[in-house]
Design a binder for this molecule. Structure first.
Ligand code: ADP
Length: 547
């Protein structure tokens, strides 16, 4: 017997309809590419998303055609989020920090029909346009006044001109909820980038989940500023969550330095932000240098890579900003876990609470997790044994776009994340490494993340990365690469002394190398592949014997 409830499909346009109806005058604020502030409401966003859908329809597209964007977090990008997916097309967000050749490869692979881009990326588009075989129109996301008088980009249209000419009445289609809505490629550090094709249903379920109190706890009383880019896994789903809850939304455009962000936090009374740790390094440095405080921001989501405990403490203790450590991946829409305490943790002292908050957290309802050993045997949740982390759930990839890279799932339907983790009896998962970054020394594993976190807890260390280097006796040993804070110096011996007593003796880095910069990838994470290349000929000092 079936239940007798309505079968309303879960569709992305329903979010913007809801926001317009229930939060028509709530503000959406954008800092544009020229630094100008634009301000409008959910009602305006709704109207302009419909105009956007009409404008695209007038360009003669077929359902499920891919519309690519190379754009910052702005109001126009947001209109494309709703106008493109809402009208049955697929929004393909591209990371502009990827190599130009890779961007061209991705647009060809996705068979994008239209590419919408911010003015910042005009030189990039001019360079790659001859290689993008399927794109029929390029849309510059600006107004007529900022259009270039001459450009090498073929069929170049102006976004504002298109919007103004389009009707603001649009009948959103009743799609099957499994219809594809957005496409996002993984960075492809090994092999070709792989496209993850989210559906309306997966997006809506994920949106519900991330708003929950034990996840990101988003409500109509919030003002969110997503630093995490809308070109990377849909800004962790925050644009959709904003429409679902009707919170105020602040979009920072390209200005992601500490000063620009801090000004927006204060001017717009932001309560919640989200981004990768490297972004917060810049912000915290600016705030400290200028002896500032956050007057309204009381929560921040940090994910994408492990939160250094020193950063967590600075936010929580020095600035009174609660850190929500979250873990996920492009293949997971992205959220898998978030770290909030339980009722029983209230009685614990602050240090112990903060130690729990450094973990990646508990599974969001909808995501199942397990850890397994090298033989595939499921491991206990004892917080000790670490194993390969695998997941299942309705917003997790089943197959990559065009089956690139083969079947991603294991025979029993679980998705291997490539992360190595422990899970404790309370369900708190802690990533100890990426499978490919773990340092295998004498048959045992050393966590590169633990060593990096420990290094970054030294006041003179800005950033640290730990990689494995070959060793004749132990197979691999840890090499620590350190970037110091400007104006500070720490010696190798001082740093090793800082490690003393905090880790097992055999975990001690065999050497420490100081560098001016540490390479970051397209999503702001440390590029260990690049470091491994850089240190390919590196020889460990002979005198060192860690065990
Ligand atoms: P890419 O790095 O290729 O852009 P993703 O953004 O999908 O891909 O990255 C997913 C990976 O990032 C995870 O598998 C994990 O290794 C890492 N990651 C994400 N969040 C965290 C976190 N909170 N702590 C540690 N690692 C994380």
């Amino acid at each position: 017997m079936y239940g007798l409830m309505m079968d309303t499909p879960l569709l992305i346009w329903s979010l913007i309809e809801h926001a317009k109806q229930n939060h028509p005058d709530t503000q959406i604020v954008t800092r544009g590419t020229e630094g100008e502030i634009r301000r409008y409401t959910y009602s305006d966003l709704h109207r302009r998303s419909m105009q956007c859908a009409n404008a695209l329809r007038s360009l003669g597209l077929q359902p499920s055609d891919r519309i690519a964007t190379l754009a910052w977090n702005t109001d126009r990008h947001l209109e494309l989020y709703f106008g493109v997916s809402g009208s049955g097309l697929i929004l393909h967000t591209i990371n502009p920090r990827l190599h130009p050749e890779q961007i061209a490869w991705i647009t060809n692979h996705a068979e994008d029909q239209i590419l919408c881009f911010d003015l910042t990326f005009l030189p990039l588009i001019e360079a790659i346009a001859p290689h993008c075989k399927t794109i029929k129109h390029y849309i510059l996301m600006t107004d007529a006044a900022h259009m270039p008088s001459a450009s090498k980009v073929p069929n170049l249209l102006c976004y504002e001109t298109l919007i103004q000419a389009a009707s603001d009445q649009f009948d959103w289609p009743i799609l099957e909820e499994r219809t594809a809505a957005t496409l996002c490629y993984t960075s492809g550090t090994t092999g070709n980038p792989k496209g993850v094709l989210y559906s309306h249903r997966s997006t809506l379920l994920h949106t519900y989940a991330i708003c929950m109190p034990d996840t990101l706890n988003i409500s109509a009383r919030d003002c969110i500023l997503p630093v995490v880019p809308m070109f990377h896994v849909n800004a962790w789903g925050l644009p959709y969550a904003a429409a679902l809850t009707g919170c105020k939304l602040v979009l920072p455009g390209p200005g992601l330095d500490g000063k620009s962000l801090y000004e927006l936090f204060e001017q717009e009374q932001v309560t919640l932000s989200a981004g990768v740790p490297t972004v917060w390094l810049g912000l915290l440095a600016y705030v400290k240098q200028n002896q500032l405080k956050f007057s309204t921001m009381h929560r921040t989501v940090i994910g994408g890579s492990s939160v250094p405990p020193a950063m967590l403490k600075t936010f929580e203790i020095d600035y009174g900003v609660q850190v929500l450590h979250a873990w996920g991946m492009t293949e997971m829409s992205p959220l898998g876990t978030s770290c909030t305490l339980k009722h029983k943790h209230a009685a614990l002292d602050r240090e112990t609470q903060l130690a729990i908050k450094c973990k990646q957290g508990r599974a969001v309802y909808g995501v199942q997790m397990r850890i397994v050993d090298d033989e595939g045997q499921t491991l206990p949740w004892d917080g000790q044994r670490s194993g390969h982390l695998q997941v299942k759930g309705p917003w997790i990839v089943r197959e990559y776009f065009k089956e690139e890279g083969g079947n991603p799932l294991l025979p029993d339907g679980w998705f291997p994340t490539g992360d190595v983790a422990t899970i404790d009896a309370d369900g708190y998962m802690q990533i100890t490494d990426r499978s490919k970054d773990v340092i295998k020394s004498g048959g045992e594993w050393i966590s590169s993340i633990d060593l990096e976190n420990l290094a970054m807890s030294h006041p003179s260390v800005q950033m640290a990365a730990c990689i494995a280097v070959p060793h004749p006796k132990w197979d691999e040993r840890p090499l620590l690469i350190v970037m110091q804070r400007s104006g500070e110096t720490v010696s190798k011996e001082q740093l090793l002394a800082h490690f003393q007593g905090k880790i097992a003796k055999w975990w001690m880095p065999d050497d420490i190398v100081f560098v001016d910069t540490i390479p970051l990838g397209a999503t702001g994470k440390i590029l260990k592949t690049k470091l491994r290349e850089q240190f390919a000929d590196y020889k460990l000092p002979e005198t060192f014997n860690a065990r």
